[in-house]
Design a protein around this ligand. Sequence first.
Ligand SMILES: *[C@@H]1O[C@H](CO)[C@@H](O)[C@H](O)[C@H]1NC(C)=O
Ligand SMILES: *[C@@H]1O[C@H](CO)[C@@H](O)[C@H](O)[C@H]1NC(C)=O
Ligand SMILES: *[C@@H]1O[C@H](CO)[C@@H](O)[C@H](O)[C@H]1NC(C)=O
Ligand SMILES: *[C@@H]1O[C@H](CO)[C@@H](O)[C@H](O)[C@H]1NC(C)=O
Ligand SMILES: *[C@@H]1O[C@H](CO)[C@@H](O)[C@H](O)[C@H]1NC(C)=O
Length: 346
Amino acid sequence: MPVPFTFTYKTYFEVGCYVVLLFFVVPIRIDNDYEIREQFMQYVKDFNKSYLDENIFNIRFDAFKKSLETINQLNSNRTNTSAHYGLTKFSDLSPEEFLLIQNNRRNTDALVGNDFGELQNRVSKRSTYWKNVPQKVDWRKKGVVSGVKYQKNCGACWAFSVTETIESMQAIKNKNLTELSVQQMIDCSIYNNGCQGGDTCSLLSWIKDSNVTIETETDYPLVLRDQKCRKTTNFHGGVRINDYVCDTFIGREDIILKLLATNGPVVVSVSGETWQNYVGGVIQFHCDGEISHAVQIVGYDLTAEVPYYIARNSWGEDFGDKGYLYLAIGSNICHLAYEVAAVTVA
Ligand SMILES: *[C@@H]1O[C@H](CO)[C@@H](O)[C@H](O)[C@H]1NC(C)=O
Ligand SMILES: *[C@@H]1O[C@H](CO)[C@@H](O)[C@H](O)[C@H]1NC(C)=O
Ligand SMILES: *[C@@H]1O[C@H](CO)[C@@H](O)[C@H](O)[C@H]1NC(C)=O
Ligand SMILES: *[C@@H]1O[C@H](CO)[C@@H](O)[C@H](O)[C@H]1NC(C)=O
Ligand SMILES: *[C@@H]1O[C@H](CO)[C@@H](O)[C@H](O)[C@H]1NC(C)=O
């Protein structure tokens, strides 16, 4: 359902997220880079890969070789507190395939939320010092974070991250974690382009302005492709938001910490190019690419050697640390402070 994109007053930028291309079946070719080929064969085996034909096999092999180079680069000068990079299920994609960015438009003037109300009050009671917030927050331990999802080849990270955050806020408020419909956002949000990309703040603006009831996952299940927006009047158990804030907090990550501590999980837009080969640790460097992805932040730890945010991704449980990544606090790493959103539910 490609929607004509006429939204201008708050354009932010659309994130195409990461579109994962899937291929099948494996043939073999012999050439001289024998060792790397052996490594690739092992990779194919370890990750249950299969490619359609020899041509595709060779394309994947070239991408794999590029990933090995990137991994070596990212791991050079590594210290015991660095993030680790290695082979992942995405290592046989070229960086271009991995990062399909649609309509990635930046507009730094446009980063203003709605009528903030209560949330704005909370934000404006700015705490300048990290020591004024709890040293550790992890909303997963409160049972308000559902299982890690896998967006596959649907570029709807913007819908996942926002829906998951509303879901958590509902759970915090009503002490009842109910999975909410990501698919409804993909199908119905008028300012976004479904599986071709979207923007988290545009989605929140639509949800608030249209007084949308976000249905449960059971009533409006995930299919990971664009569909016609379905009428949802007969459903029950849906959630409406009360308010949201969407703003840029570069240099003011204390506000992000405060939102996490006093309100709940937040949504952040990020650059995720180097995440392709992320296998663990706290990302502190090598993350300056274009903003193209969005995730939910579910907590942080200020007591760690390198203080970090806990980011919940939507690339499956077998990515990163059981689906999660860790991002350093305080340096706008991966541009995470550029477009931050928090919500309250009705
Ligand atoms: C590969 O497939 C096997 C058998 O289906 C499964 O046990 C294993 O977990 C899979 N490995 C990966 C990395 O998906
Ligand atoms: C690693 O360290 C070397 C020497 O100190 C330096 O020249 C190089 O730029 C560093 N590489 C990275 C990726 O930081
Ligand atoms: C990392 O190395 C530093 C000194 O090189 C040491 O003090 C610190 O304990 C190490 N951290 C871990 C997690 O091993
Ligand atoms: C939103 O919809 C609900 C249910 O239809 C209604 O009770 C509520 O008053 C509406 N809120 C606004 C701000 O229109
Ligand atoms: C939790 O939410 C679900 C879906 O909205 C609802 O069916 C169920 O009754 C709720 N349970 C409690 C204890 O509120």
